[in-house]
Design a protein around this ligand. Sequence first.
Ligand code: FAD
Length: 271
Amino acid sequence: MKAAAYRIERAATLEAALAQLQGGDYAKPIAGGQSLGAMLNLRLAQPERLVDLDGIAALTRVEETADALVLGALVTHASIEDGAGAEATGGFLPHVARRIAYRAVRNRGTVGGSLCHADPAADWVNAMAVAGAQLVIQGPGGSRTAPAATFMRSAFECALEEGEILREVRVPRFSPSARWSYRKFCRKTGEFALAVVGALRDPEARVERLVLGGLDGVPQVYEEPGLIARLAETARREAFLAQAVADLDETRAALQADLLRAVVQDIEGLA
Ligand code: FAD
């Protein structure tokens, strides 16, 4: 199948892109096109116009402040794989990036596009929830901030209102003593994950966070001091999973259980 006819306009600035999205017809932003391209070809999306964000230099910046790493929405998976944000997150972001599909996809795909596409199995959807990232959303009337953990509303639906653009992702710096783990199960490279589990323990920042992802809907985020240590006990972990993944079939529940055990071992230093 081929895409329905559409027009494409390039935007040179964020302000221009916001204005171009206000045309009154059905217009959508396009970033790396790695997911939207398929949606267009399958006619699951039929916009009349695409507004190409690719030329907006401000959206490709990477900035480090005292307490956060700021990634423009157009920063590619490849840039992160190559080291953007490595130091601020103790290697967490590059670890996630280099496991996304193939380098060809990573060269084009963007962190913002992945978050806005809101696939439950997408890596940034889950990893940014682990990191406790905040997303800065720009609309014609100003900007607002949303936690990555709740930005996804349901599978393939995010919290963007019509005409809004995801501008940047703010990742709180990990402390030197932070421990993290991120594991996923895919049948083969380039296929989406059937299960994802990630965790961050950052004692200096008083963060202990566990994320179960690759589910049918939004990632499940647990923030509870001592939770991960408690889950090192098999009986407690099984009881936790019996509630957390009760809706999954046996195979997917078993994958979540395997990943959770490994993630707990990573964080507790038991591996
Ligand atoms: P696009 O495809 O351009 O856009 C996606 C959606 O987001 C569209 O609805 C678009 O309108 C909207 N959008 C994009 N940017 C913005 C913005 N700044 N503001 C508002 N809306 C915006 N991903 C994984 O996580 N893990 C994988 O293992 C994986 N494997 C893949 C394998 C293949 C073969 C392919 C083709 C893709 C794979 N992906 C995977 C998806 C890939 O990571 C995409 O890069 C990502 O899902 C979308 O990013 P994009 O920049 O291409 O966005």
